[in-house]
Design a protein. Structure first.
Length: 69
């Protein structure tokens, strides 16, 4: 997925950021690198990978020791 300077310019306008041509060039390249990396993730085989909601087990500390009413 390629991104253009015009798209970066539009996002900057919506975010109310002022960018000169050098910054537009720099950020276009950086965002393109990020998008290229993200597209590589689409190539991973995740058929047998279980979804993970949290990296570590979570407990609701407000439920522990709560008196039943």
């Amino acid at each position: 997925m390629a991104i253009s300077k015009d798209e970066i310019r539009e996002v900057a306008l919506l975010a109310r950021l002022e960018m000169d041509d050098a910054e537009l060039e720099k950020f276009t390249g950086q965002l393109q690198n990020i998008l290229d990396f993200a597209s590589m993730l689409n190539e991973l085989d995740i058929e047998n990978v279980e979804p993970t909601f949290h990296a570590v087990p979570m407990k609701n500390v407000f439920q522990i020791g709560r008196a039943h009413v």
